[in-house]
Structures are given as structure tokens and as C-alpha cells.
Design a protein around this ligand. Structure first.
Ligand SMILES: Cc1cc2nc3c(=O)[nH]c(=O)nc-3n(C[C@H](O)[C@H](O)[C@H](O)COP(=O)(O)O)c2cc1C
Length: 195
């Protein structure tokens, strides 16, 4: 079967972000899967202007634009900031619209507290629905992230390996099914190249 292209977006540009450990570890887990091709993006990669916003400036970020056009799905790793998502994550996602339609999205939530980003994921679901993304139901939650990875970013709780396998299995199923649908079932919302 064809490989699935499933990029990963880390949604924060905070300098001391612990969620980068989650994102890099997850990229490593994805790279072990022969069904997946991935690519890592961080909100800090995007020099977003202060005086413009949204789809009008998408061509300032051609790598992101072309990645999402080609993607079969997306993994979003997001920390929880005051029970919501970072503004930097929303600003990156808002660069595009039709490019996301009928593709899968899976969430990994990260928090210092005990809830592992469950609240930020719940907050994101209605937002990504408006982008046309289809949400998987197998989230990854990283509570107490400062204890789950050591100072070098190495995972210390191996239980996450099985959780990541289930998370990726579900994302692969959704992405493969939607890929078939995009190819075989016409929709006025599909686009295959930059516009
Ligand atoms: C602005 C801000 C708001 C935060 N709000 C929450 C919160 O609502 N719940 C929580 O568990 N942790 C909260 N945290 C702590 C983060 O979850 C913690 O820093 C964790 O490591 C993930 O974020 P990071 O990738 O920026 O480090 C907050 C951190 C910041 C910077």
C-alpha cells in the first residue's frame, strides 16, 4: 500500500517548551512505521507578520502550504495554556483552509498538570472541524510532562509506547480511508494544488 504523508505540527513557540520532547519522540515513533512518511514543523518556524493574518499570507510559507496540500493527515502536538490552545498554533493553522479538507487530524495534548491536555484538545475539536479536518478519537495525553521525559528529552515512562501505537493505528486507518475517499468520491471541496 502507498505510504501516508502525516506531518507533525508542534503548536507553541515558547522558548522553554517541554512539549518539544513529546513532539520529537512522537516523530521518532512515526519514523519507525513503514506506512508513514512524516515531517516536523514547529510554530517557531513561522515568522508570522504582526500586521497581516490568514490565507492572504499563505504564500509566505510555501513549505507549510505544499506540505498540507500533499498531506494525508496531520498530527498536532499542543500544550494546554489556560485551558486553551496557544495563539501561535491557531495563527499557523489559519494560514490555510481548503487544503485541510477531508484529511485526518490526531491530537497529542501536553500539560504540567494532571489532565494531559484533555481540555485543550476538547477546545480544538470545534475549531479544526471548521477547517474540514476529521478528528480521530484516540488522543495521546501527556500529564506531568516534566516527569515523563528527562532533561535530555528521553521518555522515562515506557507505557507511552503502546499508547502511541494505538494512536498511530487509528490515525493510519482514518488517513487511509479518507485518502481513498478523496480519490474516489468527488467533492466540490477537494483541491489538489495550490490556489
Ligand atoms: C501561558 C501558560 C498557560 C498554562 N496553562 C496551563 C493549564 O491551563 N493547565 C496546565 O496543566 N498547565 C498549564 N501550563 C503549563 C504547561 O502545560 C506546561 O508548561 C507544559 O510543559 C506544556 O507547555 P510547554 O510546552 O510550553 O512547556 C501553562 C503554561 C503557560 C506558559
Amino acid at each position: 500500500m502507498d505510504k501516508l504523508f502525516l506531518p507533525v505540527l508542534l503548536g507553541t513557540n515558547r522558548k522553554k517548551r517541554n512539549s518539544v520532547h513529546v513532539a520529537k519522540w512522537l516523530v521518532g515513533e512515526m519514523e519507525k512505521r513503514p506506512e508513514i512518511e512524516t515531517r516536523f514543523f514547529e510554530a517557531s518556524d513561522f515568522a508570522l507578520p504582526h500586521d497581516d493574518y490568514g490565507q492572504e499570507i499563505k504564500d509566505l510559507f510555501p513549505e507549510w502550504r505544499d506540505t498540507i496540500i500533499r498531506a494525508d493527515g496531520l498530527v498536532i502536538v499542543t500544550p494546554e495554556y489556560n485551558h486553551g490552545y496557544p495563539g501561535s498554533l491557531k495563527a499557523v493553522l489559519d494560514l490555510l483552509l481548503r487544503e485541510y479538507v477531508h484529511k485526518a487530524v490526531a491530537f497529542a495534548g501536553v500539560s504540567a498538570g494532571p489532565w494531559g491536555g484533555t481540555r485543550v484538545i476538547e477546545a480544538m475539536v470545534p475549531m479544526v472541524r471548521e477547517l474540514g479536518l476529521a478528528v480521530t478519537f484516540s488522543d495521546l495525553n501527556f500529564p506531568f510532562v516534566q516527569k515523563t521525559f528527562d532533561a535530555e528529552g528521553k521518555l522515562v515512562d515506557q507505557a507511552f509506547e503502546k499508547l502511541a501505537k494505538d494512536f498511530l493505528d487509528e490515525l493510519i486507518w482514518m488517513s487511509r480511508t479518507l485518502k481513498w475517499g478523496r480519490k474516489n468520491v468527488p467533492s466540490k471541496f477537494h483541491q489538489s494544488k495550490a490556489s
